[in-house]
Write a protein that binds this ligand. Structure first.
Ligand code: ZN
Length: 218
């Protein structure tokens, strides 16, 4: 007997359940897998067909809806609740390319580096230094730096766009090669994206506060 391939049997009829949600012999709902890709019956890939995922989501929402199990056994009622919860989490994660990549990296055991150990691009660091100075002046009431802050925001949005394009091509490379060094590159780019995203959100908050102030003082 192989120790590597676990045989899963249908809890109801005992036939092999082959990791699918429904037994193909008796049609009963099986204990749902917590693996998001397997749950959707998808290959674990970084690039996925969004339209197909959405279609599967609506199909499964219908098939797993707890109302359909009101007259079924307590086992199936329980499984339908568990499956519905996993379905929603899995869809939220898989439909978003960044969350999906984070999920694949976590499954592969690729951890984010400590912020201190990250090597940030010196040009970006210089820009952040300038940004912090401008923000300080802005908070101190100097409205003349507002255009500079808006331009900085535009540049960070453009950088995020470049990062997303870079991720897209790394996703393709990983799906083709399954090479661990590609995952490491993705990790670095995702950390950089998080950094740039935080800057954009910070600027959005600061710029919004300022325009509210202006509106209320009128
Ligand atoms: Zn069965």
């Amino acid at each position: 007997m192989s120790h590597f391939r676990q045989t899963v049997e249908c809890w109801q009829c005992g036939h092999p359940a082959e990791h699918s949600l429904f037994c193909r012999y008796c049609d009963s709902l099986q204990r749902p897998t917590a693996d998001y890709f397997r749950f959707f019956g998808l290959e674990p890939r970084l690039k996925i067909d969004a339209a197909n995922l959405e279609k599967r989501f609506y199909e499964l929402s219908r098939l797993l809806h707890p109302d359909r199990y009101l007259r079924k056994s307590p086992t199936e009622q329980q499984y339908s609740l568990e499956a519905t919860a996993i379905l929603n989490d899995a869809y939220r994660v898989l439909r978003n390319p960044v969350a999906r990549a984070e999920y694949v990296l976590r499954q592969a055991g690729v951890e984010s580096l400590e912020p201190r150990a990250r090597t940030l691009d010196p040009a970006l660091l210089a820009e952040v230094f300038e940004l912090n100075e401008a923000l300080e002046e802005f908070r101190g009431g100097d409205r003349s730096v507002r255009p500079a802050l808006e331009q900085a925001r535009e540049r960070f949005l453009a950088q995020r766009g470049e990062i997303d394009a870079g991720l897209e091509s790394l996703f393709e490379r990983y799906d083709e090669s399954r090479a661990p060094n590609v995952l490491a590159e993705i990790r670095k780019l995702l950390d950089r994206r998080k950094y740039v995203q935080n800057l954009i959100e910070q600027l959005d908050r600061e710029l919004a506060t300022e325009s509210t102030d202006a509106a209320t003082s009128d």
